[in-house]
Design a protein around this ligand. Structure first.
Ligand SMILES: Cc1ncc(COP(=O)(O)O)c(C=O)c1O
Ligand code: FES
Length: 400
């Protein structure tokens, strides 16, 4: 299955060959501990320093602001923990209804521990209402945590505008940028963001490595307490091969940002052809305030899972919802928060492209997809009338 058409890059990405070449010696020859006094370890420490600079350069940050972690989930947990324990008198958190479970479920857990959490709503395009944010901020707000780009729809939040509002209340601003890094340019130098999370496996590095950016001067308490690694901000012997890999991946991502238009053109062609050739299809999320590689399309009156299984038979990988919640058969919390109708909620598919995606691959999807949808609609018990009826039923249940 190595020759599959991989359009699930928001779930994870292929490791770049150059990244593998860069990391391999650190799994074999250079196995020293970067903290060791001897030259053998010291040379590894030097490579880690270079990787830190590569990541800093992609973010427009200083290398001292880069803390290596094990993944995006750890980065989000560490950021939220850091912000809350540095301000024990503030017990209020603001986040959004469409965050990744790594933030949402942690916030739900914190509610049980005595914190108050505001979950900001989104409109049908997946956008926030900044007036709602303004009305929610108080002097007791410790932290605002929002994503940069949504993993399911690609919708971008106006992080700098949000950050400015957050600063007025003296709160800490954390951004989950796991889906944004490498896809859109970031510059932390002129930013209002205090803490920012990224994950290596979303930008062609391996799984098990991530970064938490910590703005210089930000109040911070580590989540993992132990040794002095990462300047005391994340204890534990470093995942050296992962760090070297992420450094290389960051360097390549920076180069790639100049060519991201190619990916966007392919995404737009896929999206527009689907809308033009398959009836009853809609794009979920804002049409332009969006990542260049992502499209989330609703195929009304059929099940997303059924479409995915059929695509899979042609070796085409896409997804519905996020990989973390698939298998639950619950419709996506993101699309639900957008208030999409029942018929769209259950029949939505995410295609996410990468720099490896080719024109021929998009052609192939466009060749097989109309037939799949026609076939499934012929089998579907939901005529549009019945789907509307179901939606009314669902509303009635929710209202109870
Ligand atoms: C927006 C977002 N945040 C966090 C994560 C979690 O990252 P990781 O898989 O590295 O823990 C993901 C990955 O799916 C994501 O899309
Ligand atoms: S039953 Fe398939 S998504 Fe709802």
């Amino acid at each position: 299955m190595n020759d599959c058409i991989y359009l699930d890059n928001n779930a994870t990405t292929r490791i770049d060959d150059e990244v593998i070449t860069a990391m391999l010696p650190y799994l074999t020859t250079y196995y020293g501990n970067p903290s060791s006094m001897h030259t053998f370890g010291g040379q590894v420490g030097k490579a880690v320093k270079e990787a830190r600079e590569q990541v800093a350069s992609l973010l427009g940050a200083e290398s001292s602001e880069i803390v290596f972690t094990s993944c995006g989930t750890e980065g989000n947990n560490a950021a939220i923990h850091a912000a809350l324990s540095a301000q024990p008198d503030r017990k209020h958190i603001i986040t959004t209804e469409v965050e990744h479970p790594a933030v949402l479920n942690l916030c739900k857990h914190l509610e049980k521990k005595g914190y108050t959490v505001t979950y900001l709503s989104v409109n049908e395009k997946g956008l926030l209402d900044l007036d709602e944010l303004e009305a929610s901020l108080t002097g007791g707000t410790a932290l605002v945590s929002t994503m940069y780009a949504n993993n399911e729809t690609g919708v971008l939040f106006p992080v700098e505008q949000i950050g400015q509002m957050v600063k007025e209340y003296g709160a800490i601003y954390h951004v989950d940028a796991v889906q944004a890094v490498g896809k859109i340019p970031l510059n932390m130098k002129d930013s209002t963001i205090d803490l920012l999370t990224l994950s290596g496996h979303k930008l062609h590095a391996p799984k098990g490595i991530g970064v938490l950016y910590v703005r210089r001067g930000t109040r911070f308490r580590p989540l993992l307490i132990g040794g002095h690694q990462e300047r005391g901000r994340r204890a534990g012997t470093e995942n050296v091969p992962g760090i070297i890999a992420l450094g290389k991946a960051a360097e390549l991502a920076k180069q790639h940002l100049a060519n991201v238009d190619r990916e966007k053109r392919l995404r737009d062609r896929l999206e527009q052809s689907i809308l033009a050739t398959i009836p009853d299809t809609v794009v979920n999320g804002h049409p332009t305030q969006r990542l260049p590689n992502t499209t989330n399309i609703g195929f009304k009156y059929i099940e997303g899972e059924a479409i995915l299984l059929h695509l899979n038979q042609y070796g085409i990988c896409a997804s519905s919802g996020s990989a973390c919640t698939s298998g639950s058969l619950e419709p996506s919390h993101v699309l639900r928060a957008m208030g999409l109708p029942y018929s769209v909620l259950h029949g939505s598919i995410r295609f996410s492209l990468s720099r490896y995606t080719t024109d021929a691959e998009i052609d192939r999807v466009l060749e097989v997809l109309p037939g799949i949808i026609e076939h499934l609609r012929a089998l579907s018990p939901f005529s549009s009338d019945e789907a509307d009826w179901l939606q009314e039923q669902e509303k009635a249940v929710l209202a109870k």
